[in-house]
Ligand binder design. Structure first.
Ligand SMILES: CC(C)(COP(=O)(O)OP(=O)(O)OC[C@H]1O[C@@H](n2cnc3c(N)ncnc32)[C@H](O)[C@@H]1OP(=O)(O)O)[C@@H](O)C(=O)NCCC(=O)NCCS
Length: 150
């Protein structure tokens, strides 16, 4: 497995994973904008054969990192890829001296919530009806980096 920066060559596979994973997937246009966004970091986990196994993207604004997307291809889950991607993003946040990393997740999304909790994120509250299709609250997870070693 190899973590690399996302590029145009990855977009078709990322879009396919989006469509098979989320009820409100990012469109190809949104994915392209994310690639070109200067404040975004968009990472891909490639398999040995070059296929996309998963990806994560985050925006950083004034020392605050917001993870906007994380997904692992269905047949590649439970092999540590989500952990690898999250670990790499937190490492980047530390390099940029971010104060914290934060994200929203559906309250019913137990796999993702377990992953974030394993990585030292704490649930600091909920946003009511944050998601549509189906309507659901978001849990807000945050990990403060200030007191951690870089
Ligand atoms: C959440 C997701 C990214 C996890 O990726 P992954 O590569 O399977 O995760 P890992 O193999 O690194 O698992 C790390 C830990 O997360 C938790 N976890 C992962 N999948 C889980 C599941 N199906 N049920 C319960 N806990 C789970 C476990 O604590 C796991 O550790 P363990 O395997 O030692 O028990 C993946 O399930 C996914 O793409 N889900 C759909 C998209 C999504 O929900 N994205 C997050 C939106 S905020």
């Amino acid at each position: 497995m190899n973590i690399v920066s996302a590029n145009r060559r990855h977009l078709d596979e990322i879009a396919a994973i989006e469509n098979s994973t989320f009820s409100d997937p990012w469109s190809m246009e949104t994915l392209r904008r994310e690639l070109e966004n200067p404040i975004s970091l968009f990472l891909v986990c490639e398999k040995e054969n070059g296929e996309v196994a998963g990806y994560i993207s985050a925006e950083t604004v004034v020392g605050e990192m917001y993870i906007g997307n994380l997904a692992v291809r269905q047949d590649c889950r439970r092999q540590g890829i989500g952990s690898l991607l999250l670990q790499e993003m937190v490492r980047e946040a530390k390099k940029m001296r971010c104060e914290f990393v934060t994200l929203e997740v559906r309250v019913s999304n137990t796999p993702a919530r377990n992953l974030y909790e394993r990585f030292g994120f704490s649930c600091l509250g909920e946003r009511r009806d944050y998601y549509a299709h189906p309507q659901e609250n978001a849990a807000i997870y945050t990990r403060y980096l200030n007191e951690e070693e870089t």
